[in-house]
Design a protein around this ligand. Structure first.
Ligand code: PHE
Length: 464
């Protein structure tokens, strides 16, 4: 029998609503902005293969665990962990796992919002026809003009944060569910249009080859860590976003099936984005390892040369903003839910507090692309010698905090929670599929995360 607790924040109206919200959280800048550029920086095929392996073997089982814990606890991740720990008679310190998630979400959103601001800016840069007919060089300088201007970045970051907190303030159901229902399919269609354009660049094979032919000499331990970290990042795992969404999930929904569906859609979007971008990269003699600016330096070339490119370009960046928006709200929802539960704030006030703090912290990222571009805090360590504050924040959250959070979620779900509790909450019986899940979460995930960490730490030490 499932638990009788109910969430004070409300509940998703249907299973589909949860799938859409969780997909909305998962599909975001991670798929379209980040995946292509880190795949490019890490040599392509081998990286992609490791990433896909991590999604299947680590990502899906952890997503199931996170949804399971959330639905059983039915509160913010901090209180959920606290409640479940006391029900299972284990250490109350597990609530710190909830806290770590809140901190990760806060740190990620602080830079996520700045990048989403770039996408907002590009809605206007493409829509106004600025990119029409431009060469790769012209497109490149449009991008550097934007990021080198702290005022403009600050303005877009501010607008995006206001958009995010407005939705969060309105709560679980209103607006959000409806928006995702329409926008996700539209984004998908437009990506396919872009893949169609890439098909005709003459470099489609080269792009696909880069993405899917593994060459393991091109990836090192740090690259493997990045691939694994990205599996967590792209599925929104390891920080409580999926846990808090799970806490609004009705009792009768299959956790396994929904987790698989969400992960599959997320992966498909990332691969489509890669297949759209790399052919354009090669056709125009650009660098696959160009870094965070990659999509902003490639896709506008395509839009600048296709019929109605200004219109399609604008549409694409609008959809990208929406994808980022539905992810951003899930990054801050754990914090807001906690402020409402434990500090007695109403949702609007809690959103304002959380949003303001995140906005302020986001200034670090805003400046790390211009006036602080030369500030390299950890330049003494080889892997970080060129890392800006933004790079470090990204590394700390995606490569360290999320995998660690995911690892602890796995440990709690199978080593601390009783078998009866998980059988009960997952409601898929005690058979074959349950056993696979349990095996993966119990042994494979912890060992894999641990080994990858150890190797990466080795690399940092050796070169340091
Ligand atoms: N999954 C989101 C993306 O790919 C980012 C995210 C990470 C959202 C962690 C919530 C939690 O863009």
């Amino acid at each position: 029998m499932a638990t009788v607790r109910a969430s004070i924040h409300g509940q998703w109206s249907t299973r589909l609503a949860f799938i859409l919200a969780a997909t909305g959280s998962a599909v975001g800048l991670g798929n379209i902005w980040k995946f292509p550029y880190i795949a490019g920086e890490n040599g392509g095929g081998a990286f992609v293969l490791v990433y896909l392996g991590c999604i299947a073997i680590i990502g899906i089982p952890i997503m199931m665990s996170e949804v399971m814990l959330g639905r059983r606890g039915r509160q913010s991740p901090i209180n959920t962990m606290h409640t479940l720990a006391s029900e299972e008679n284990v250490s109350p310190h597990w609530k710190w796992l909830g806290w770590a998630g809140v901190v990760s979400g806060f740190l990620i959103l602080s830079y996520y919002s700045v990048i989403a601001g770039w996408a907002l800016a590009y809605v206007f840069r493409t829509g106004s026809g600025l990119i029409t007919g431009q060469t790769a060089d012209g497109i490149q300088s449009i991008f550097s003009d934007l990021v080198s201007d702290p005022e403009r970045l600050l303005a877009w970051h501010t607008i995006f944060m206001v958009m995010t907190m407005t939705v969060v303030a309105r709560g679980v159901r209103s607006g959000l569910e409806r928006a995702v229902r329409l926008l996700m399919p539209a984004l998908f269609v437009l990506l396919i249009v872009l893949v169609g354009y890439a098909w005709n660049t003459g470099s489609f094979d080269q792009g696909v080859d880069f993405l899917f032919t593994p060459d393991f000499s091109k990836i090192d331990a740090d690259g493997v860590l990045t691939a694994m970290g990205h599996a967590f990042f792209t599925l929104s795992l390891g920080m409580g976003a999926i846990m808090v969404y799970g806490s609004y999930l009705p009792d009768n929904v299959s956790i396994a099936k929904t987790s698989i569906a969400v992960s599959a859609m997320d992966t498909l979007v990332a691969l489509l984005a890669g297949m759209a971008i790399f052919p354009i990269v090669f056709a125009n003699g650009l660098e696959p390892g160009a870094g965070p600016g990659l999509i902003f330096q490639t896709l506008p070339i395509a839009f600048g040369h296709m019929d109605y490119g200004a219109f399609f370009g604008m549409l694409f960046f609008i959809l990208l903003v929406f994808a980022a928006w539905t992810s951003a709200i899930s990054l801050i929802e754990p914090a807001v839910a906690w402020l409402v539960e434990n500090r007695g704030m109403n949702r609007v006030f809690a959103s304002a507090v959380a949003g303001l703090a995140t906005w302020l912290f986001g200034l670090l990222t805003v400046f790390s692309f211009n006036i602080w571009a030369d500030v390299k805090l950890l330049s003494g360590i080889k892997v970080f010698q060129d890392s800006t504050i933004f790079d470090l924040l990204d590394y700390l959250t995606a490569n360290i905090m999320l995998p660690l959070g995911g690892l602890l979620i796995a440990v709690f779900a199978v080593w601390q929670m009783s078998r009866n509790s998980s059988v009960d909450e997952l409601s898929m019986g005690d058979g074959f599929f349950y056993k696979i899940w349990r095996f993966l979460v119990k042994y494979i995930t912890p060992v894999a995360v641990f080994i990858v960490f150890l190797n990466a730490v080795g690399i940092i030490d050796l070169n340091g």
